[in-house]
Design a protein around this ligand. Sequence first.
Ligand code: KIV
Ligand code: NA
Length: 277
Amino acid sequence: YPAPMRRSIPELQHPPHPLVMVTAYDYPGGRHAEAAGVDLILVGDSLGNVVLGYDSTAPVTLGDMIHHARAVRRGAPDTFMVVDLPFGTYHTGVQDAMRNAVRVIQETGADAIKMEGASPEILSVVQTLTRNGVPVMGHVGLMPQTATAQGGLKVQGKDDGSARATLDGALGLEAAGAFAVVLEVIPARLARLISERLTIPTIGIGAGGGCDGQVLVTHDLLGVYEGEEKKIAKRYAEVGRVAREAIAAYAAEVRGGQFPTKDNSFVMKDDVLDKLY
Ligand code: KIV
Ligand code: NA
């Protein structure tokens, strides 16, 4: 693996190879991602789905994000860490957004924050944050925080209206000062076009091979949950099966008297024991 080294934003903007980003939500996740030598770690608000058991990202709070990001940072002190601002924490005005972003940076050691969308309101937030020294990663295409308003979790940018809106949104984020932008679940050719038009790097998920980088939810690539493989992800392991089999093996050994053995136990001197009788 490449030696861990916290990349600078200029390094991330001129990568010698496609950028690699994965999500992490806790200390072991941070340790594994850093040891594997990824370029960026995202503490995503997918936390809500894959770690907290919600059926959307909407219930995730700023406190949840800070709590988890602090743990990730303890496991990954030397990797560029981006933290999602969750739903509702950057929608009530530029000052609130700035205050919440600063809390994330100060309390977690994040290098940057990410937010979804490219409406005029969001662009003005991005501009204020970046002008005041908070690096911002943008996010367009499918935006899970507002997926209900987008007509559900489905491909965005397929018709010319929404393709144009996605391109304009990405361009707007670059102009507002974002240092990179996530493209989620859009057609590969649209993602390639956006990547060509932008000078800042694009990081795709379900957006084809034409982006400047890729991101996956770690629990998807690890196979933490069994069932059908998602189209946008690839499973590189079957961690869920391994975990379930290990716990079942332990349970069987306890019930069958094979665990613990002498090797797992401590001894004491007979004369000390005799005094207890
Ligand atoms: O929350 C998340 O994991 C994300 C990525 C899918 C980009 O936003
Ligand atoms: Na997210």
